[in-house]
Design a protein around this ligand. Structure first.
Ligand SMILES: Cc1ncc(COP(=O)(O)O)c(C=O)c1O
Length: 393
């Protein structure tokens, strides 16, 4: 008989750990039930609602369209709209066969890793980085190789660093630009070098552009410019504020398209039908105008927050130029970012994420602060943290 108090859990689960940010969030919610006003700067999603034209398109689709499964790669008009978006915004032409609409970019990552990686294959990725990547790889039996990166390379993997770490089992390098948690970008010339290295080594390059569009003061470019053999991941979650709609996309090298479709059919049949019809409204001038206005608002918040944190004693060695995060060095304020984040929550009622979520490279020195709240709330958060810190002599 099975002992239900001792479930037989697959050994791979030993490598798959919960998000620290969720623990912080649970604590924050508990404090809120006690009547405390918590400012949430821990969450990786903006406070803006989904743009109205997208919501209206969803309602129309619910009335007028069959809510049936779609093709695993997504409805043709949405794939065509994505092709058109790359052409108009970035001047890059891609064949529609390379576009796969997915259940969030999370599914796009799983599909890309799934068609490339064998058990034991290794993937180079930056530490600090988005935690799910390494967990996706582990779920597939592949091995993440976390490469420590610091401010000298803008917290990014460069071609030189990747070359140094590329081993006999390395099958892929992956980067995110802008990155979570650091908000830093990789220059297009460096992406080209990374693509060249992957080619030379007979491997693949995957570029996560989920924060595409959310860049400040820099011209938006796409890694698709660097060659048609790159796996590119993108999403409706962040720029279009559709996190809960679970919709993203993957641009695959043509030679992998059939296998990606087969894997998607098997893993989840198709992405959400209503979300796909809604997302058609993303590429209209009305929605793009809303997204751009919000980008300007995020930039204002960023311009306020970075110097305000520095004035409190945080260090921000590389000013973030994208996404909505500041990866701040808090070592002048505390030896341990984990205890510090809990302290900030309990004493200042501000939720922030300790570095521990993002890897093993100096997590105790860093916290991630998301500017996903209106500027007045950011000001209040800074004042509250300032009040709990010891006064400078
Ligand atoms: C770098 C990065 N990639 C991928 C994702 C997954 O997002 P989604 O599945 O909502 O597209 C996130 C979410 O925060 C992220 O930060």
């Amino acid at each position: 008989m099975n002992d239900l108090t001792k479930p037989r859990i697959a050994s791979r689960m030993a490598h798959i750990t919960p998000f620290e940010v969720m623990e912080i969030q649970t604590l924050a919610r508990k404090l809120e039930t006690q009547g405390r006003d918590v400012i949430h700067l821990e969450i990786g999603e903006p406070d803006f609602p989904t743009p109205r034209p997208v919501v209206e398109a969803a309602k129309r689709a619910m009335d007028e369209k069959p809510m049936a499964y779609t093709r695993a790669t997504g409805i043709a008009p949405l794939r065509a709209a994505i092709v058109n978006f790359y052409s108009e915004r970035y001047g890059v032409q891609i064949p529609i066969e390379r576009v796969v609409v997915t259940a969030g970019s999370s599914a796009a990552l799983l599909l890309a890793f799934g068609v490339v990686l064998d058990e034991g294959d290794e993937v180079l990725l930056a530490d600090p980085g988005y935690p799910c990547n390494r967990h996706f790889m582990r779920a597939l039996g592949a091995v993440p190789q976390l490469v420590p990166v610091g401010s000298a390379s803008d917290y990014q993997l460069t071609a030189a660093i990747a070359r140094e770490h590329w081993g006999p089992r390395t099958r892929m390098a992956m980067v995110a630009t802008p990155s979570n948690p650091t908000g830093t970008l990789i220059a297009p010339a460096e992406i080209e070098k990374l693509a060249t290295l992957a080619r030379e080594k007979g491997g693949s390059l995957l570029v996560d552009e989920i924060y595409h569009g959310l860049t400040y003061g820099v011209e938006a470019r796409t890694a698709l410019e660097a060659g048609d053999d790159i796996f590119l991941v993108n999403s409706f979650s962040k720029y279009f504020q559709m996190t809960g709609w679970r919709l993203g996309w993957l641009i695959v090298p043509e030679a992998y398209a059939r296998q990606v479709e087969t894997l998607a059919q098997n893993l989840y049949i198709s992405p959400s039908t209503v979300s796909q019809h809604a997302a058609l409204a993303c590429f209209t001038p009305e929605t793009l105008a809303i997204a751009e206005a919000r980008r300007a608002e995020l930039d204002q918040r960023r311009q306020y927050l970075v110097p305000a944190l520095e004035a409190l004693g945080f260090r921000v060695p590389v000013v973030p130029q994208g996404a909505f995060y500041v990866y701040a060095d808090c070592s002048a304020l505390t030896p341990d970012s984990f205890t510090f984040a809990r302290d900030v929550l309990e004493r200042a009622n501000v939720a922030i994420t300790p570095g521990r979520d993002f890897g093993r490279h100096e997590p105790e020195r860093h916290v991630r602060i998301a500017y996903t709240q209106p500027i007045e709330r950011l000001k209040e958060a800074v004042a509250r943290i300032g009040a709990m810190l010891p006064r400078k002599a």
